[in-house]
Design a protein. Structure first.
Length: 374
């Protein structure tokens, strides 16, 4: 099993305020679309994708990529051949919504593909998750596993990332632009869900049996998590968009309230306080927060040796302060932060570590492989 819309444009106002510890120069490659930052290079594999959003590996040589408009692409890395996958459930591109994340589970019967996407009906729009079996260039036996309730007319904060650990599927859903509902357990807004891979609800989920709560909810009080990955210690982490400032890295603990919008390190886009402050009893603090916002999206933990000094790091994409973000993992938690390709103007949407330990990123309209020059 492998694993691993757009952020509000006002965040771009913060670009250029500086980077923590990236390389000094970023330069274009030799007419091939590559981008160089010190000894690191983004090697372009595809440069004409249309709003790419998520990716996952079928195997070492084949990759699936979602495009927000609704298409799922199969890429053969050796030849560069792209094939559109048939049988994909209909996704509605609506504001930040569309076809979002993809996750591939390897099973005895062949690859099983999980998709998160925006579903529309007469009541509005919501985040939905389905799965199907990949047979050649088509999905078969597609079934819906989860639908976030209720539907809304708003165009914002659909989430959505997917993660499988053992028999469980984790799903992120944003607050859908209705911030107060992130504290309402009777709605899926602003929550991370935990269900079985076939859509059933585990009996040990923290809010099972409560009449005032949705049983799928694992954690709540999130704004818009668009990155999720498994920490080396087995825990689930997310990164999530703050408002104006206050993007967060959070380690998830079942039943925990992460505070939005009662506590936040951000403020209103027009200026002004949100909620009650930055801390409150009974609400979790982030492992790290970003002020100004970098607009986090995509997340992966790196433990390999392809990139010297990178082992035991958490990687996030940055959509607003455009760069690849790396934070060192230490025995005491999170350590030094590094920023790469911050002059590239590329919006880093998703990050994935391949089966052979290389980092792949979706940024702008391209798919890139991270390589070293030394």
């Amino acid at each position: 099993m492998s694993r691993l819309i757009s952020c509000v444009s006002l965040l771009i106002l913060f670009a250029g305020l500086g980077a923590c510890s990236g390389a000094d120069t970023v330069e274009a490659g030799a007419n091939d679309g590559s981008v160089v930052d010190g000894d690191l290079r983004l090697e372009p594999l595809q440069l004409d994708l249309e709003s790419p959003w998520g990716m996952d590996f079928v195997d070492e040589q084949h990759l699936l990529i979602t495009q927000q408009g609704g298409s799922l692409l199969h890429l053969a890395l050796a030849s560069g051949e792209l094939t559109e996958v048939a049988g994909v459930p209909e996704a509605t591109e609506h504001g930040q919504g569309g076809l979002l994340d993809v996750l591939v589970e390897h099973s005895e019967g062949g690859p099983v593909v999980y998709l998160s996407y925006t579903h529309a009906d007469d009541e509005g729009y919501t985040t939905r998750v389905a799965r199907g079996r990949l047979n050649g260039a088509a999905l078969e036996d597609v079934e819906v596993l989860f639908t976030a309730m209720p539907y809304y007319d708003t165009k914002y904060h659909f989430g959505s990332r997917l993660l499988i650990i053992d028999d469980y599927l984790f799903i992120t859903v944003g607050d859908r632009g209705n911030r107060d509902f992130a504290q309402d357990l009777s709605r899926h807004n602003g929550s991370v869900m935990r269900i079985y891979k076939d859509g059933r609800v585990p009996g040990d989920n923290p809010f099972v049996g409560r009449d005032d709560a949705r049983p799928e909810i694992w954690t709540y009080g999130h704004r818009n998590p668009q990155g999720m990955a498994r920490h080396p210690d087995g825990s689930v982490w997310v990164n999530e968009h703050g408002p104006r400032g206050g993007d967060e890295l959070n380690r998830l603990v079942a039943g925990t309230n992460y505070g939005w919008p009662i506590i936040t390190y951000g403020e209103e886009y027009r200026g002004g306080k949100i909620g009650e402050g930055t801390a409150k009893p009974g609400m979790a603090q982030p492992e790290k927060y970003y002020v100004p916002s970098i607009a986090t999206s995509g997340m992966a933990f790196y433990r390999g040796d392809v990139y010297p000094g990178w082992s035991d790091s958490v990687l996030s994409g940055a959509l607003a302060l455009t760069h690849l973000n790396r934070v060192e993992l230490t025995d005491k938690g999170l350590g030094k932060e590094h920023r790469y390709f911050d002059d590239s103007q590329l919006r880093f949407r998703d990050i994935h570590v391949s089966p052979d330990g290389q980092v792949y990123v979706l940024a702008g309209s391209g798919l890139y492989r991270l390589t070293t020059e030394g």
